[in-house]
Design a protein around this ligand. Sequence first.
Ligand code: SF4
Ligand code: SF4
Length: 319
Amino acid sequence: MEKKALTGRLYDVQGFSVQDGPGVRTTAFLKGCPLRCPWCHSPESQAFYKQLSWMSMRCLGVQACKERCIKACPKGALEYGEIRADAASGGSLQLIHVKRDLCGNCGKCAESCYAEALSICGKDYTVEELVGRLLQDKKFYERSGGGVTISGGEALCQPEFTIAVLRRLKEEGVHTALDTTGYAKWDVLKETLPFTDLYLYDLKHMDSEKHQAVVGVPNEQILDNARRLAGENKKLQIRIPVIPMFNHDEQNIRATAGFCRELGEAVEVVQLLPYHNLGVMKYLRISDKPVAEATPPDDAYMRRLKMIMEEYGLPVTIH
Ligand code: SF4
Ligand code: SF4
């Protein structure tokens, strides 16, 4: 019997990224993550399963579509929702509402939605399908000193697939980066070592209890893995999302800086990523649940945090 090809589940592939490592890069975003950061700007990355997404701004209204999507649903999970003013016609549009408790994420409604207001988030690729897509941009990597970044979600939740893709990319001479929460068994992370040139490594809070309380997992394994990567002479770009009322206080920033200094030469740069609320709109596409929002830290405060970290001899940037 023929062996089934290994597949991985992604929610996006984005070309021309200049934020995910050196040069121009293409980033593959894998679905599924063990953390539940309330500020996540890609909430569609968290669940492993495929999810129905509805973008209200694209919806043409049920009158124009003759209730096509509602009729397509075998579970009765679509109903009339809000009414929105329609600037183009001067009238109003009757929008839909997704009853998430009934929806089975089958995608039948999305097939009927010509406006692509409805879509299924999550697509399965074989290793060769994904590598083929990533190699389409190889000339941009070569010209810019870029490459491919494997991101998530947490790519190490699909370890076999991630390692196989990284291995194939190295065979093709492509620079590889792995964007990770660091929350994985060392035995899994260790297998990426031969095929990963750079780790984009998130540090969220130095206090494990606060880490657990807010993102759902403790931080010991994350810190330990960072030390081990440094011990293997791997290069790290440390990423710190600066989240008001969680990790933005000076005490935590100093503790994080001290930890980064402990990692020594491994740390190429520390990137401070100020919280923004762009993820809120994305939550509304896949969920009805209320989303926590915070006020983004201002530029002066971010510069202060940068100066504090620089006191520890670290190269620091604000993104
Ligand atoms: S979701 Fe799509 S098919 Fe349904 S009313 Fe909106 S635009 Fe039309
Ligand atoms: S994804 Fe399937 S179950 Fe969910 S609303 Fe669409 S048709 Fe109904």
